[in-house]
Design a binder for this molecule. Structure first.
Ligand code: NAP
Length: 246
């Protein structure tokens, strides 16, 4: 039986990669899904079309995660379309890399806006439309716990922020039976971090499992956390990292 039948979800940054895999998986479990994107309308529409073709319900909404008003509006649109938001997945994120000595302040601000501020905004707005028992899931990173190479301080900062935000939120929302969790992947084969990329050799050397994760594996964990069997998991940062942090 579909575990998310009757539920509605919004997944940010889901025109490709991990977000797209999550949107498809939540839809397969029966949820109506709104996805956001910033610059790839065709690919976002292809994700929606795929879900609809398989009998699901989905819409795509343009919303740059760096633009907090757009994020708020996207959540409102999803809530209007589906009547409520049971599941929020904060996935949109950028891999902000560079050495601290010459890291541009504008890039730092942008990384904070997309990876951290948009999570605050989406959570705040989603809560206005979320029934008790809802689910908030953020895609953080193993790099909040382990950053074993140079140039990742800003990215680690942003992913550390959402890990600690998750704990505070869990405390605030427990009385409403809303769970809040942070999934921390290791390397996942996407366009942002291709398994065949120049960096792959370094990555593989850091893993216990000598391969990248598939986006579907992150989607499976997300679907579990979104589902009825995960009602007692909250405030957690869960690694799915092939042993990267072991
Ligand atoms: N891949 C990894 O190894 C890995 C590991 C740990 C954590 N993560 C995290 O997982 C999440 C997804 O990563 P990914 O590898 O799937 O990335 P990706 O392949 O680069 O895909 C990013 C997705 O987010 C959207 N996006 C990018 N910037 C956006 C913005 N400003 N506003 C709204 N949407 C935006 C993109 O859509 P548009 O093209 O339309 O902008 C795309 O759909 C990120 O939070 C990342 O930090 C990834």
């Amino acid at each position: 039986m579909a575990t998310l039948a009757g539920k509605s979800a919004i997944v940010t940054g889901a025109s490709r990669g991990i977000g797209a895999a999550i949107a498809k998986r939540l839809a397969k479990e029966g949820a109506a899904v709104a996805i956001t994107y910033s610059s790839s309308p065709d690919r976002a529409q292809a994700v929606v079309d795929g879900i609809v073709k398989d009998g699901g319900k989905a819409i795509a909404i343009k919303a740059d995660a760096a633009d907090q008003a757009a994020v708020r509006e996207a959540v409102q649109k999803a809530a209007k379309e589906f009547g409520k938001i049971d599941i929020l997945v904060n996935n949109a994120g950028v891999l902000a890399l560079g050495t601290i000595a010459d890291y541009p302040a504008d890039d730092f601000e942008r990384a904070l806006s997309i990876n951290v501020k948009s999570v605050f905004t989406a959570v705040q707005e989603a809560l206005r439309h979320m029934p008790d028992g809802g689910r908030i899931i953020t895609i953080g990173s193993v790099n909040s716990e382990r950053m074993p190479f140079q140039g990742g301080s800003i990215y680690a900062l942003t992913k550390g922020a959402v890990a600690s935000f998750t704990k505070g939120l869990a405390r605030d929302l427990g009385e409403r039976k809303i769970t809040v969790n942070n999934i921390q992947p290791g390397p996942v084969d996407t366009e942002a971090n291709p398994a065949s990329g120049a960096f792959a050799e370094v990555m593989l050397g850091l893993l216990a499992m000598k391969r990248y994760a598939h986006a579907d594996e992150i989607a499976a964990m997300t679907a579990y956390l979104a589902g009825p069997e995960a009602g007692y998991i909250t405030g957690a940062s869960l690694l799915i990292d092939g042993g990267f942090a072991a």
